[in-house]
Design a protein around this ligand. Structure first.
Ligand code: ARG
Length: 464
């Protein structure tokens, strides 16, 4: 960061320069320099508009546009380094323009304030980032679809309360996350929509005495519409909250997925083998292969959700309109965007490479009387009221558990001892395969239903 003495662009009404510590305290350039492209893009559009309404001549506009091209090159080649003395990205770039063009450069900020400029940059930036995140998420959803298709016939215990509940298709499990991500995609799309509004022309808070053509800058910058109220425009940070909420929800999902996979990877479960590429070892224990990528996906969730609350706390109770508090609205979001992009790059690769240990899973399917509901529903079809069947089967579980037996070890006599409604055909339903294939409810775990979800999912990805 450069630190040559520069006069602040607002220094006119001051008799003393800010204290050194005030400059450090007040700067945002260390965070907002990444908006330089959008700042230049916004300024070019603003310049073209000023030309259209007669404030800049042909020659002035031409010079300004050319100077902005050069400034962008200077930034990208590392020749122009931001200066903390100039506070933020807006004043660093405007200052450079004035250095290059003198009085002509000094015209660019006509009818504009950093208050409408900063949200213009921010909205342009988020539109690009959200589109990138959405692409990564779509790719990730595609991997879950493929994985679901591949694993549709693998049966695993389904859990509630982390206790064996009913057998399910592993494909069904992957599709559960596909649908969570599908909703995340919708939330991101709606955040994209909120960002897609042009603030330029709101000025500091009240608009301008100059005949600014807001529609023209909107069109040049590719925003869907212009904002409706200048006071709202410079204070509105809903579009950032919307994104933070969408990212938080996505991370709530990936953290739960990571937790399941971490559990499945333990020696106790041993359902899966994680790819070496996304695990690391221990500096002391040579035996260790730890599920670090998944733990970090789980662990970064706190930071992402904190970003949402940080922003909400910042915004709570702020008086209209712009207040400097709002400068604190960037750091967490930008960090969260970077984290999200990494997670969405890692996760699909990891999911693609997981090996399923079917032989081990098979052993677990014998535990926990996974077919108890099937037995109860069998009796329902023999016209026993469900509450009664529930109790009968509960008693059978208690009996079998005490004897160390499973349903399939019981004799016909023992079955009949619990209810006369039991018949030879009970034996036909007592396999996990049957249990899964018989769950044909729409959205249920039978392969046929899972395949129909997969087909629907494919359509969604194709259209998205
Ligand atoms: N750096 C400021 C921010 O990020 C830009 C707006 C400054 N406006 C002001 N009135 N001081 O919010």
């Amino acid at each position: 960061m450069a630190k040559e003495k520069e006069k602040a662009l607002w220094s006119g009404r001051f008799s003393k320069a800010p204290e050194e510590i005030m400059k450090k305290f007040g700067e945002s350039i260390s965070v907002d320099w990444c908006f330089y492209k959008e700042d230049i893009e916004g300024s070019k559009a603003h310049g073209k508009m000023l030309h259209k309404i007669g404030i800049l001549s042909n020659n002035e506009l031409e010079k300004i546009l050319k100077a902005f091209e050069e400034i962008q090159e200077e930034i990208e080649s590392g020749e122009l380094i931001p200066n903390i003395e100039l506070e933020d990205v807006h004043m660093n770039i405007e200052n450079r323009l004035i250095k290059k063009l003198g009085d002509i450069g000094a015209k660019i900020h006509t009818g504009r304030s950093r208050n409408d400029q900063v949200v213009t940059d921010y909205r342009l930036h988020l539109k690009k980032e959200i589109a990138l995140i959405m692409d990564l998420l779509k790719n990730c959803m595609g991997v879950f679809l493929k994985r679901a298709q591949k694993d549709v016939d693998i049966i695993i215990p389904g859990f509630t309360h982390l206790m064996h509940a009913q057998p399910i298709s592993l494909g069904h499990y992957w599709m559960a996350y596909f649908w969570k991500f599908e909703r995340d995609l919708k939330r991101l799309n709606s955040a994209l929509d909120s960002a897609d509004v042009s603030p330029l022309g709101a000025g500091a808070l009240a608009g301008s005495t100059l005949p600014l053509d807001r529609e023209y800058t909107r069109e040049l910058l590719g925003f869907r519409e212009i904002s409706k109220n200048s006071l709202d425009t410079v204070s509105d940070r809903d579009f950032i909250m919307d994104l933070q909420y969408a990212l938080s929800t996505l991370f709530i999902h990936t953290s739960g997925l990571a937790e399941d996979l971490i559990i499945w990877n333990t020696q106790e479960f041993n359902y899966i083998e994680l790819p070496d590429e996304f695990c690391t070892g221990s500096s002391m224990m040579p035996n260790k292969k730890n599920p670090d990528a998944l733990e970090l996906i789980r662990g970064k969730t706190g930071g992402v959700v904190t970003g949402l609350f940080n922003l909400m706390m910042n915004l709570k109770g702020l008086p209209l309109t712009y207040n400097r508090d709002l400068q604190e609205d960037k750091k967490f979001v930008l960090e969260n965007i970077a984290t999200t992009k990494m997670v969405l790059e890692i996760l699909p690769q990891l999911i693609e490479k997981i090996e399923i240990r079917e032989e081990n899973i098979q052993k677990h399917l014998e535990k926990g009387f996974l077919l108890a509901t099937d037995v109860a529903e069998y009796l329902v079809l023999k016209e026993v009221p469900f509450r009664k069947t529930h109790e009968i089967v509960g008693n059978i579980v208690q009996y079998a558990e005490a004897k160390g037996l499973d349903f399939k070890d019981l004799s016909m006599e023992e079955w009949k001892g619990f209810s006369q409604a039991f018949d030879q055909d009970i034996l036909e339903i007592l396999t996990p395969q049957k249990a899964v294939s018989r769950r044909e409810t729409k959205g249920g775990t039978a392969a046929k239903q899972v395949l129909s979800q997969i087909n629907e999912g494919k359509e969604i990805i194709k259209e998205a």
